[in-house]
Design a protein around this ligand. Structure first.
Ligand code: SF4
Length: 486
């Protein structure tokens, strides 16, 4: 990733051999045969060109096809949708968006406004399916020693990281901004990155791949918290075990005290676990968070047993201790002194432990891009930008990123979130200000576009749009809704 001030192109005087790129504030002067600081634009025989082809998505198409600019289009494209990938940028949008393309859906004239937006107010939300301790809430997340984000609130079965954001991109040192931009770019383009968390673990994360925590690949996402696991499997344990303790960093469950055990009329077992009792059979903080059983720091399950009540427990009592993924499980029988002794696990109990594992989903990393499209970008769409904001909120305008559906946050602005896995490969770029480049499309009825003050004089047919660009056509992802609907 290059720094704008270090880019040799930016100090080159303009001559016949040099072109100036005005697609972002860096304003590179690019020599013949070379690329600009972001590697997205180049000087090809004295002409400024976008290096990557414009991406067209077709419903039902299987093969990827490339088309040269200016070459006659054979008209064989099937229901094409013009994405923002490779569309070029007009930041800060003192010009209309690069492509404003007419189409027809269900007898209604539609229009799609296509651009590559530049975002410094942006970041990624990472959901990492693991209960293992990644680091304390609010701890710094680092790449190459620079803080690129922080640990945020844990979710059910997952740890969450918030990466990027304008403060790391532009509010710290130049190095912090560049490393943050690089981390965001790699993750958004579905590549793996190595992260380290202050006071916590090291991590290898990649969208759609299992997380690797301190060098160990996570396999399973827990079936539920300890209490939920008790609720799900209580009836299957009944008659095979006298007590089951499901060890979990969040809520450890104790079957005979739990409502599920009471419902089954189970005899109290008298095994008291450490931690803070929340409600019957549900305990918080039985241990510290860690990389052991159920996201705690324990490796010996008996270490969470505070005492065995001699008035209630009995010799020969059968005790299962298990984690919320079924990865860790031990079977004990109480001896004459009421001390739990390890014993071979009966097959009927082992089957239920295996069923816990069977009910765990594969542990994955999910990467959602979040950014604000409610700024100058709107001027590329309409001369009256607030009308685009209203139109998006009223669901008249559909927003997509590389054809993928987005979630638009309520309230002011056009703050969007998109799952990078639903976007085409290598959709994201960067500019060295630093900021990320995101393909974005706004699709709406042509009449609504006219009413909002859209750039009607720039609306072109698909054929005319494609004549202007070198483009690549590939198949539409079936899991994404088709955006051109009235
Ligand atoms: S960084 Fe890229 S987009 Fe910005 S001026 Fe240079 S070549 Fe153009």
């Amino acid at each position: 990733m290059r720094d704008p001030e270090d880019a040799p192109e930016s100090i080159e005087p303009l001559t016949g051999d040099v072109v100036r790129c005005d697609a972002c504030p860096v304003l590179c002067r690019i020599r013949r045969g070379q690329a600009g600081a972001c590697d997205r634009y180049a000087n090809e025989d004295g002409r400024l060109v976008r290096v990557d082809p414009l991406l067209i998505l077709e419903r039902g198409a299987k093969a990827v096809r490339f088309y040269e600019q200016g070459k006659p289009w054979d008209g064989t494209l099937v229901a094409p949708f013009v994405t923002g990938v490779g569309a070029t940028t007009t930041y800060p949008d003192y010009k209309p968006a690069p492509f404003i393309v007419a189409s027809r859906a269900e007898g209604v004239d539609m229009v799609t406004v296509v651009t590559e937006g530049i975002f410094s107010y942006c970041g990624l939300k990472l959901k990492i399916d693991t209960d293992r301790f990644l680091g304390p809430e609010q701890a710094a997340v680092r790449m190459a020693g620079e803080q690129v984000g922080h640990v945020t609130t844990a979710e059910y079965g997952s740890q969450m990281l918030s990466l990027g954001g304008v403060r790391h991109l532009t509010g710290g040192s130049k190095k912090e901004g560049n490393v943050t931009c690089e981390a965001l770019l790699q993750l958004a383009n579905k590549e793996a990155v190595e992260l380290a968390i202050d006071g916590g673990s090291t991590l290898r994360v990649q969208a759609g791949a299992p997380p690797v925590v301190n060098g160990a690949r996570e396999e399973r996402m827990r079936v539920g918290c300890g209490s939920a696991t008790i609720g799900i499997f209580a009836r299957q344990w009944h008659g095979h075990a006298d007590e089951v303790i499901v060890v979990d960093d969040h809520i450890t469950g104790v079957l005979t005290e739990h409502q599920a055990g009471r419902f089954l009329d189970m005899r109290p077992a008298g095994i008291r676990v450490r931690g803070r009792k929340s409600t019957p059979g549900r305990y918080f903080k039985v241990a510290e968070p860690g990389l052991g059983w159920g996201g705690t720091d324990i490796t010996d399950p008996l270490s969470i047993v505070d005492r065995v009540d001699p008035k209630t427990a009995w010799p020969g009592m059968r005790l299962l201790m298990v984690s919320t993924t079924g990865e860790d499980a031990e079977w004990f029988v109480l001896d004459e002194a009421l001390k739990p002794q390890k014993a071979p696990m009966p097959e009927a109990v082992s089957k239920v432990v295996q069923r816990i594992a069977e009910n765990c989903e594969p542990a994955l990393c999910s990467v959602l891009f979040m950014g604000g499209a409610g700024g100058s970008l709107r001027a590329g769409v309409t001369e009256n930008p607030v009308r685009l904001t209203h139109s998006v909120k009223e669901l008249i305008t559909r927003v997509t990123c590389g054809g993928a559906p987005v979630y638009v946050w309520p309230g002011g602005g056009i703050t969007v979130m998109v799952d990078v896995l639903r976007m085409p490969e290598r959709s994201f770029g960067y500019v060295p200000t630093p900021a990320l480049v995101l393909p974005i499309e706004f699709t709406l009825p042509l009449a609504a576009y006219q009413a909002m003050g859209g750039h009607m004089d720039r609306v072109v047919s698909l054929e005319a749009a494609l004549r202007r660009a070198q483009f690549k056509a590939q198949g539409w992802r079936a899991e994404n809704p088709w955006p051109v609907a009235k």
